[in-house]
Write a protein that binds this ligand. Structure first.
Ligand code: SF4
Length: 507
């Protein structure tokens, strides 16, 4: 079973109603997202061939996904030949079970972790905790989130919702529970905060016997895993412990090193607006006298092959988690990441979470509506995922139900609750468009009665017009205008139109 959403999270509108009223959160988010998005735009504009790189990224991902079975087997062979062990996990439960067993086998009760979306998705820290194993996050922002008993709210900047004062307080009060306490008299100066984290983490790295990571990419031809990060903490986790366990979604594979080159250009510019990633760690199995002596790769499905079976939804699996779509999204900027109820916030979360979760909860059914469909996410996406297209596709599933793949089985899902009015309206619209005579009569009637049409819709549609005006109805329909000005018998119609004093086209 997938566990991608956090326990007990309400549907998006309820969560957003609370978060949008938090002035400080909105201020933090506005400042951070605008800064990152401006820098990204500059970094991307430096490359004249960015559109070609973007298409290449999309094509490589699509090709790999089409032949995923082949490349995964190639990867397994290469990792095994290089001294690693490959485990296959169908879902979160199985992945957690495998990792827990592997850690137990080492006899250790503590692991150090590299920032990883896949392990958040499966709730690995909580599973390890239940087994009496402490998982220590070592990415600075993830450390802030963990010490604060919090959830991440951004893919790249998980503590984006925290300001310096809050971080100082978290370090001061919580660091000592996990290891080395924060220095006396800690200030909220960024250099002081970074030093406190460095001292705390250094102890963890030097004592760690087991490291847990995800990976940004896996190269099938050589069995190489790649982690890109900015702090160097990830590299410590990947190289110092004796045992390394990497949990990676099966879609993170690329066929060759030539393909990897494309993504190592797309990812840093899209995420941190850097020309080149500061720390790019790559490892292939194990090497005598260098790095971990035991390497385990846990390949995670957890709903991914179900997504692959959906012709429209499968483009979601191209995602390289750069977070560019979050930074341009007007909904994310106002609601913040927690409202999305899973480790995947923003536009990518609005399409990935419901699909990974097979639209199982009220939260899943609400997420495809967490968008204005403005299309900014699609424009910045470095692998050209048409997020609005997938959102509309998922909305159709929410409203109408339909056949989907769940754990490899074709299953019929019912429409979600609370969409009866929308369904009835869509059916009425479909029937009307199927009957041109009725449509024409309706258009004429609406044009004649246009002055009586209210600016706000009553009943269930009221929320729609709370924040926007209903478009004014034109004095005549397009068809009537066409017949009057261009169609057969237009002279007669024109003289009638002239007598009415009507001019111009209308919708
Ligand atoms: S959907 Fe595109 S823009 Fe958003 S995180 Fe994924 S790759 Fe980046």
């Amino acid at each position: 079973m997938s566990t991608v959403t956090y326990l007990g999270m309400p549907p998006f509108p309820q969560a957003a109603e609370v978060s949008t009223k938090d002035e400080r959160l909105r201020g933090n988010l506005r400042h951070a997202t605008h800064t990152i998005r401006d820098k990204r735009a500059t970094a991307v504009a430096e490359l004249a061939d960015w559109p070609e790189l973007r298409s290449a990224g999309a094509r490589i991902k699509d090709h790999t996904l089409r032949h995923l079975d082949h490349y995964l087997e190639q990867l397994e062979e290469a990792v095994t030949a290089a001294g690693g062990t490959v485990h296959w996990a169908a879902d979160a439960e199985e992945a957690n079970r495998i990792v827990t067993r592997l850690v137990r086998d080492t006899g250790e009760r503590e692991v150090v972790k590299v920032k990883s979306m896949a392990t958040q998705e499966i709730g690995l820290n909580e599973a390890l905790e239940r087994a009496g194993i402490a998982a220590c996050e070592t990415d600075l922002a993830e450390l802030i989130v963990q010490l604060g008993d919090d959830h991440p709210s951004h893919i790249l900047v998980p503590a984006i919702h925290r300001n310096r004062g809050e971080i100082r307080e978290i370090f001061r009060t919580r660091m000592g529970h996990w290891g080395r306490a924060a220095p006396e008299g800690l200030t909220d100066d960024p250099a002081d905060l970074a030093e406190a984290a460095r001292l705390h983490l250094r102890e963890k790295f030097l004592n760690a016997k087991v490291g847990v990571s995800g990976a940004n990419f896996m190269v099938a031809e050589s069995g190489t895993l790649v982690v890109v990060e900015s702090e160097g903490n990830g590299r410590m986790c990947l190289s110092l412990p004796e045992t390394l366990i990497s949990v990676v979604g099966i879609e993170k594979i690329v066929p060759t090193w030539r393909d990897l080159e494309v993504f190592l250009q797309l990812l840093p510019r899209s995420s941190t607006a850097e020309r080149m990633n500061p720390y790019t760690s790559m490892w292939t199995g194990t090497t005598e006298g260098d790095g971990p002596r035991h390497f385990h790769l846990v390949l995670l499905d957890n709903g991914r092959t179900d997504i692959l079976a959906d012709q429209v939804g499968r483009q979601t699996l191209r995602c390289i988690r750069c977070s560019a779509c979050l930074n341009v999204c007007p909904v994310y900027e106002r609601a913040g990441g927690h409202a999305y109820g899973s480790p995947y916030p923003g536009p990518i979360g609005a399409i990935l979470t419901p699909q990974l979760d097979s639209m199982a909860t009220g939260l899943d059914a609400s997420l495809p509506y967490a968008s204005s469909l403005c299309g900014a996410c699609y424009e910045v996406c470095p692998v050209a995922i048409d997020i609005p297209e997938v959102l509309v596709h998922l909305r159709e599933r929410v409203v109408q139900g339909g056949t989907v793949t769940v754990r490899g089985q074709r299953t019929t899902v019912k429409p979600a609750r609370g969409h009866a009015a929308e369904r009835a309206a869509m059916r009425a619209a479909a029937w009307t468009f199927d009957h041109p005579g009725v449509l024409r009569a309706g258009e004429r009637l609406a044009s004649r009665a246009r002055r009586m049409v209210p600016h706000r819709v009553p009943g269930p549609g009221r929320a729609w017009t709370d924040t926007r005006d209903l478009p004014a109805l034109p004095p005549e329909s397009f068809r009537d205008w066409w017949r009057r000005t261009r169609g057969p018998g237009r002279d007669a119609a024109q003289s009638r139109g002239g007598a009415d004093g009507r001019e111009g086209a209308a919708g």
